[in-house]
Design a protein around this ligand. Structure first.
Ligand code: DX5
Ligand code: ZN
Length: 218
């Protein structure tokens, strides 16, 4: 069963609790939280204090996407704040294997993310260790960007490797996901579809979630 993870980056931050409650009641699977530091990516968003504030107001697992340099320094803080999944960027980790082990030690799911230009081969040797691989389908930093088509064969290649080696990580896609691109990515092998502007950017969230759900279950 494919999963939907609304990204709160496109939510109204002044009404965050209502925004989260609304999508939770409409039946989504995770809450995707984009943490940006202004160094790894050009934008600055939210930090562990916001994650900690969200934790008690929702039952949804918190899918924390760290777009930050030196993620090792903050893993413990995000675990304490209530993260269910912590995803780091391959490009930000000098000792990726150590970072992944550090996340798993805390009994939290460990994910690794690849920017559009980073090949799958860079994570080949840690694939048996990760719970999730996040394929960026835009360059990270902002919501509302256009889906990069060339990422479709990348998702397919990763799904093929998972199949060939009997790995059990989940494949997540993030960036420019709407009902059309969600369908393409789900067909290519993605399990979790992150959507920011296609959900929180819409007036009618019920309709937005419903159309994405329908297109990935086709
Ligand atoms: C981009 C973030 C995404 C972002 C997606 O760097 O990682 O999670 O919120 O936004 P949309 O769905 O609008 O492309
Ligand atoms: Zn994200």
């Amino acid at each position: 069963m494919k999963k939907i993870a609304p990204s709160i980056l496109s939510a109204n931050f002044a009404r965050l609790q209502e925004e989260i409650n609304e999508v939770e009641q409409l039946g989504v699977d995770y809450l995707h939280i984009d943490v940006m530091d202004g160094h790894f990516v050009p934008n600055i968003t939210i930090g562990p204090l916001v994650v900690e504030a969200i934790k008690p107001i929702t039952k949804l697992p918190l899918d924390v996407h760290l777009m930050i340099e030196n993620p090792d320094k903050y893993i413990h803080t995000f675990v304490k704040a209530g993260a269910s999944i912590i995803t780091v960027h391959q490009e930000a980790c000098t000792h990726l294997h150590r970072t992944i082990q550090q996340i798993k030690k805390h009994d939290v799911k460990a994910g690794v993310s690849l920017n559009p230009a980073t090949p799958i081969s860079t994570i080949q040797h840690i694939l048996p260790d990760v719970d999730l691989v996040l394929i960026m389908t835009v360059n990270p930093g902002f919501g509302g960007q256009t889906f990069i088509r060339e990422m479709v064969p990348k998702i397919e290649a990763l799904a093929q490797i998972r199949n060939d080696y009997h790995y059990d990580f989940l494949i997540e896609v993030d960036g420019g996901i709407n009902e059309k691109t969600a369908f393409t990515c789900a067909k290519a092998g993605a399990d979790i579809l992150v959507a920011g502007s296609a959900i929180f950017g819409q007036e009618d969230r019920k309709h937005a979630i419903h159309t994405i759900r329908q297109s990935i279950e086709r």
